[in-house]
Write a protein that binds this ligand. Sequence first.
Ligand code: AMP
Ligand code: TRP
Length: 336
Amino acid sequence: MTNRQRVLSGIQPTADSFHLGNYLGAVRNWVPLQDSHDAFYCVVDLHAITNPHDPAALRRRTRVAAAQLLAAGLDPDRCALFVQSHVPQHAELAWVMECITGFGEASRMTQFKDRTARYGSDKVGVGVFTYPILQAADILLYQANVVPIGEDQRQHIELTRDLAQRFNSRFGDTFVIPDALIVKETAKIVDLADPAAKMSKSSESQAGVIDILEEPAAITKKIKRAVTDTGTEVRFDPAKQPGVSNLLTIQSTLSGRQIEELVTSYAGKGYGDLKSEVAAVVVDYLTPLRERTQKWLSDEAGLDEVLATGAARAREVAGATLAAAYDAVGFLPARR
Ligand code: AMP
Ligand code: TRP
């Protein structure tokens, strides 16, 4: 046991690879928090079935997600890495939190609004509606102080805070009120082919989405075809030059060099030079990450062992919080 602050975050196993937006916006920031915080990181498979899915793919992607997280630097000795469905308390607390969430409040969540607008309410499952409440349960079960995420998740953390405050004021202090940790520079990595949109696995075209497990040749091709902006000078101006600025952000974060220094180094050079350098940096960075992921995937037993240990630790903490929450709402204690 430690008295360090807690961190929790989660990622969905809904693709065969994370993309660079996931990695730079979220996962990368999870790594240093293992040293400063008591860390819990979760592959959120319950969230992953809110949209139609293939069972075999889900099982495979759950391991691929865990392997990528380990390859990215999560260390089973310094964090609990686990699969959400291995910890039954997530679904149990979600029910309780659903009962204190307003119907209108849940209806205002962007993800739900977008999906129903796009597909119609008969095609969107109730799981999409309750999704953010399950996410609140994920966070509150661990009494997390901080939640490292990308910009698109801000609204869900706001809801989590509202629900925790409401629960605490109605039933007595039970939950820690968490803060979002959003690193401004990388909070929204944009699509290389469409800099007006965020990089996303659900984009129709994957031409502007770099998967972290993608082959070097494919990565290079996508970066070389990235949409840049009118003009020729390499400048950092996300509002006026979103494409070029996005490439600079990617290069800066992966190389550890400051944006200003990079901009100076491109003086007198053009977008072609920028793209070549960015491609080289991305490939250099992702190649060992891909290899480490493959290594973990070739040791399924070892991977499953890490996840089992993580889930055991998670259940201890989640079990204690759920018991407190059940007691607070007045459930009769179950006799064992
Ligand atoms: P998801 O794949 O939706 O489970 O997202 C996992 C994490 O990646 C979340 O914290 C998101 O906020 C973050 N994320 C997803 N797309 C981007 C993006 N384009 N830029 C920055 N962060 C992102
Ligand atoms: N909704 C998040 C996403 O799409 C994933 C997630 C689920 C999450 N539970 C979480 C993130 C708890 C942070 C904390 O990215």
